[in-house]
Design a protein. Structure first.
Length: 134
């Protein structure tokens, strides 16, 4: 709640900082924003600011599995929350692929597969559930 209050008060400043970082192609600052703000923006439903982070990150951090795993997970959450299970599935499948490419990501891969399985169960897609559990 406290973070939410700070973001409501300072949201315009955060947004301007993100925009300035993108304009200056400041990868180090954007990495900090992704690590510090992506989850908060997702949980608070601030899609516009989140999408700014994603747009920049996809072009500059495509080879950084850690950043992409974080973002694809949050994109899946937002898509599911918005009632778009097809997009949620796409984002989480992409996240699973990033996890598979990194030998240290077994835990996040398992988490992603559980998200995919839960979504398939919600859609009553038993064939997909079985496929994911195999």
């Amino acid at each position: 709640e406290q973070v939410g209050n700070v973001f409501r008060i300072e949201g315009a400043n955060f947004r301007q900082a993100i925009v300035t970082s993108i304009k200056n192609e400041s990868k180090s600052l954007m990495r900090i924003f992704v690590d510090a703000l992506a989850r908060t923006l997702t949980e608070m439903g601030h899609k516009e600011e989140f999408n700014l982070l994603v747009g920049f990150s996809e072009s500059f951090f495509r080879d950084d599995a850690n950043i992409m795993i974080q973002l694809r997970g949050y994109q899946g959450v937002l898509a599911r929350r918005d009632g778009n299970p097809a997009n949620a599935m796409k984002f989480w499948q992409d996240r699973a692929e990033f996890c598979r490419q990194s030998p240290d990501e077994a835990e996040r891969l398992a988490d992603t597969l559980l998200d995919l399985t839960d979504l398939a169960l919600e859609q009553k897609n038993n064939d997909r559930v079985r496929e994911l559990l195999d």
